[in-house]
Ligand binder design. Sequence first.
Ligand code: FMN
Length: 188
Amino acid sequence: MELMQAIRGRRSIRVFDGRPIDRPVLEEIVGAASYAPSRMNVQPWHFHVATGEARQRVAAVMAMTTAYLQEYVDVLGPEHVEHAARFYADLGGAPVIIGISSPRDDDVFEARDFAISVGAAIQNLLLAVEDNGLGACSLSVPVWIRDQLAEVFEVDAEWEIMSLIVMGHADESPHPRDRHTDVVTFLT
Ligand SMILES: Cc1cc2nc3c(=O)[nH]c(=O)nc-3n(C[C@H](O)[C@H](O)[C@H](O)COP(=O)(O)O)c2cc1C
């Protein structure tokens, strides 16, 4: 697949048909993430790939989110909350859930560079997913269950969970979403 085609064609996928992903494919996808740039090549990331029973354990923790979502009903509206709750109940049936952790750092600038590096790794990963004809969605770590997720993903105490990726064979094909067009200023 052409790179630009993958960049433009990628969509967040939240419904999966449940078929597993072969280990070599997973290794290729996570390997692509590890080729991302990072400040001074620190590579501040670790990928915790949960499949099988581990996936069930992570999904059970994520399902706890549904109770907290109700707190946002006034902000998001009942329809959005219901939709999100349905998704978080079993993460769209994704057979693979990846936790991405990064070293904790009190220095705000260092922490920001870690976050930027992890973001670059996530995009590499998502494009590799696209290239393999699969689907994925990057998820924020729900703040209420941060500690439980760190435990279930077996994250080192000096590290913290930054993001989650759910992945599998897509069982939906959402239309492209609009992008802002006024985001560039050319200076000459
Ligand atoms: C940092 C980040 C956090 C996100 N968190 C969530 C999330 O918690 N739940 C969710 O359903 N999607 C989440 N997404 C996916 C976005 O909703 C999605 O990327 C955006 O709506 C654009 O749609 P597209 O990815 O299909 O182009 C997240 C994406 C990013 C980059």
